[in-house]
Design a protein around this ligand. Sequence first.
Ligand code: UT7
Length: 331
Amino acid sequence: MNKSYSVGISGTGSCLPERELTNFDIEKMVDTTDEWIRTRTGICSRRVADDQTATSDLSTKAALKALEDANLKPEDIDLIIVATVTPDMAFPSTACIVQKNLGALKAAAFDIEAACSGFLYALTIGEQFIKNGVYKNALIIGAETLTKILDWEDRNTCVLFGDGAGAVVIERTEEGYGILSSYLGADGGNGEALIQPAGGSRIPASLNSVENKLHYVKMDGSEVFKFAVRVMAKAAMEAINRGGLNIEDVDFLIPHQANIRIIEAASKRLNIPMEKIYVNLDKYGNMSAASVPVALDEAVKKGLIKKDDMVVLVAFGGGLTWGSTLLKWSK
Ligand code: UT7
């Protein structure tokens, strides 16, 4: 049998656009209030990329920080995967643009799309290449400029999302450390609950598609809410059990940052205290594929995650999709 290597995260980085848009700013744009947004979601503010900034720009900056943290140079990187639903364009992939920006000349590069679960899908894909010895390392990025595909007249969606990018470097690590288990899932049958209808081959861009606002995010919020509460706890437990652990063994949980009520419900279902769960959605809103890697970077940089800690990453989102990863922190 071929050798199987342990795979760990050796560096993290993130990049948030400078411009902040608070709930009070949004009060002036649509019929909403800071009080409604805060109590229903926990969100107070979000970051918004300017007209000149695309997803690859945020990705490149996050990647450079993760590379520095891992003590690697762009030319050392074997593979770049970008998870995003807001690529710079349909093609070339955002990962190829990042490869060019970094000068990561030997890296293979591609995008994957699993909406808010995208980073965990990308992490699990990248892990396989290193585990089986094909590559020594990979740069895994979750990045979004969601504010560019929001209908700023639709209060049901525009208050929820923000822009940002998070990146990690994964490499071979000491046996028993790094990724211990992962779990990915999908329910395409309910995909209509969260959708950007136009811009693909089903409804190509046209005057009509633009006039009918079909290039914007449409969401059945309460359907996604019910799904999220159910799947978040289930997915986290699946990774924990596959790793042979119990919930009591988990030191830290990094959940997708969509709504504080979803996270609190998961905390109750899992019987894990909120003190062990990282939350930053108050500052950034829901950054889709970027939420988990940005939260992970912040938690690591704040010293909340230390060597030997058992960490669970968990996300859910459009598709519908979900994913979870259990790690023994190796740095
Ligand atoms: O990453 C995955 C993506 N998305 C999610 O995870 C989102 C999951 N869903 C949610 O977080 C919640 O369902 C929302 C925050 C979107 C909505 O919260 P809710 O408690 O489920 O509210 P609701 O949809 O039941 O709406 C309640 C009311 C409605 O008014 P009526 O019909 O009862 O008169 C909405 O029109 O709140 C109204 N509403 C608003 N009011 C003020 C919806 N958005 C707003 C708003 N400001 N921004």
